[in-house]
Design a binder for this molecule. Sequence first.
Ligand SMILES: Cc1cc2nc3c(=O)[nH]c(=O)nc-3n(C[C@H](O)[C@H](O)[C@H](O)COP(=O)(O)OP(=O)(O)OC[C@H]3O[C@@H](n4cnc5c(N)ncnc54)[C@H](O)[C@@H]3O)c2cc1C
Length: 392
Amino acid sequence: MDFNFTSEQESFRSEVRSFIAENLPVQTTDVSDEGMYDQNKFDERLQFQKAMATKKWNTMAWPKKFGGLEAPHWQQMLLNEEMAYNRAPSGGNHGINWVGPALMLVGSEEQQKEHLNKIANADDDSWWCTFYSEPGAGSDLAALQTRAIQDGDEFVVNGQKIWTSGAHRSNWGWLAARTDPDAPKHRGISMFLLDLETPGITIRPLINMGDEHGFNEVFFEDVRLPKKNLVGEQDRGWYHLAVALDFERSSIAGFSGSRKTVEDHIQFADDNPHKIEQNPDVRLEYADRMIEIEIGTNLAYRIVHMQTNGIIANYEASAAKLFSSELNQRIARTGSKMLGLESLMRPQEPRAPLGGAIGQSYITSVSSTIGGGTSEIQRNIVATRGLGLPRG
Ligand SMILES: Cc1cc2nc3c(=O)[nH]c(=O)nc-3n(C[C@H](O)[C@H](O)[C@H](O)COP(=O)(O)OP(=O)(O)OC[C@H]3O[C@@H](n4cnc5c(N)ncnc54)[C@H](O)[C@@H]3O)c2cc1C
């Protein structure tokens, strides 16, 4: 089997590399939250996405009429690989990855006109967050209790969301709320577009154990939403949400960033051989990590191959998400073993090896097996839909 890319694909890869080199002067070993925490980094990310937008690269797979290039899945994957490997700010965000694609499928013409080009262009007032999880609804998302009750031409929203990534940076929210409290739990949910300037919304920071402000808890008190912001059919939001979740999961896996991280660790070991002499078993762990990266890359390529052939990746996307998130935790553990006590130095500490990236990723990668659906939920999907095992 020949996995080489065509000369056309390789030349696109080179174009992406040159673009990143021109538009992202500072390369970093950072494992950051992509500017959710730091205002300067967020501004850098916005600048970079605007530069990407001039080439329509943020949304290259979108239809041309909505600001895309109708590029093939392989091209998107090559772009993602180069971005992750070169630690460019992610070309995606909630607007690009799932709000936009869901609006193309079920949004009204007015909603498409108002939002899709703005999302594609990375406009300043078009940054999106996702309001799904609540204190009593995460894996069992259909249990959500936030209500949107119709009152004439408006819906009145009351309730609470939690773990909302980037709400403090966003202008708009993709909201799941219960419109029929008496219906069975998968029915009676609707999807809305929520302008975060609307009165009655309170956003409070939640600081994670890496001391970063990535997510928030958000309270809604008599928030009045115009009816035109209802997406798709009223009370059928669960089905629209399921489509958006498919987009979310299939955009998750990425192994070239992990490859770069392991290469950085190996370079560090070469420069500091005493670290390996003190703990020779670490060499064997790095051999395992590199083999796992090859396996993960093949899982991701399989998904791209399926998408290219019009097949929806389902349990395959769960397998890749599971493998990628757990692999990043293993890489952080191996790195911490190599560094020993020095892995405890925080990124702010000038003597921290590799800018403190290893210790920071040890802490922050914990959440990767929770966000986007926990590992248990992904294993359930692989077991039932992939292997055909009965539900427990
Ligand atoms: C970094 C990060 C970013 C996030 N961003 C967002 C966001 O932007 N918007 C948003 O809405 N949410 C967001 N979330 C929330 C995320 O979607 C939920 O945390 C996740 O779905 C799990 O829900 P929960 O926290 O309520 O845990 P629970 O569902 O209560 O799960 C608790 C434990 O029980 C296990 N469990 C639950 N059900 C089953 C089952 N059926 N079988 C086996 N085990 C099970 C889980 O695996 C877990 O170990 C984010 C979370 C993280 C960590």
